[in-house]
Design a binder for this molecule. Structure first.
Ligand SMILES: [Zn+2]
Ligand SMILES: [Zn+2]
Length: 179
């Protein structure tokens, strides 16, 4: 069972789309968890961003044991110390991952809201971070959601569905490691 955890102000239809995508791509039942408060100590006042490491640590501690994997969706901008920002963060083959929708919204770039676009971008990043949780590494195929995108143009270029080789690797991992 994958637990999907909204943090902050995430529209329920976005959570619903993420839930369907996780079930469809990874084949696990998805439980939508009630929204969690964002830990105040994860906020960095100098950077005005939230530490994904601190939030993952908190999720690791507080999520119920029966949660096989946990994916959080947050409306705040995230960072790790060596990068100016991250769209998301997950431990490789770990239990918890997180995706931020802050930079997926058109409003972030000064454009009018586009709900369909933000949902589409979110699905790619949800697939990417959850892919790491299930042992997928970065992919060279720029149309695969497992490719690393460091800007919004690169993110928009990739698709929502895993490429054939990532699909195959995921299938093998599911049989060998995650059943
Ligand atoms: Zn990645
Ligand atoms: Zn791929």
């Amino acid at each position: 069972m994958i637990y999907l955890v909204p943090m902050g102000n995430i529209e329920s239809d976005i959570v619903q789309s993420a839930s369907l995508c996780l079930w469809h791509t990874f084949g696990f039942e998805v439980k939508r968890f009630s929204p969690l408060e964002i830990p105040t100590h994860s906020y960095d006042e100098k950077r005005r961003q939230y530490s994904s490491i601190e939030i993952l640590r908190m999720l690791h501690k507080t999520m119920p044991k029966e949660a096989f994997r946990v994916l959080a969706l947050i409306d705040k901008d995230l960072f790790i110390p060596v990068l100016s920002f991250v769209y998301g963060h997950a431990q490789f083959e770990g239990k918890v991952g997180i995706v931020s929708i802050a930079r997926l919204r058109q409003e972030f770039y000064g454009f009018p809201e586009d709900k369909e676009l933000v949902t589409n971008r979110m699905l790619k990043e949800v697939t990417h971070e959850t892919g790491h949780l299930f042992g997928l590494t970065h992919c060279n195929d720029t149309s695969c959601p497992m490719t690393l995108s460091t800007n919004i143009r690169a993110l928009d270029k990739k698709g929502v569905s895993l490429c054939e080789s990532c699909k195959l690797l995921l299938k093998e991992n599911m049989v060998e490691k995650f059943q």
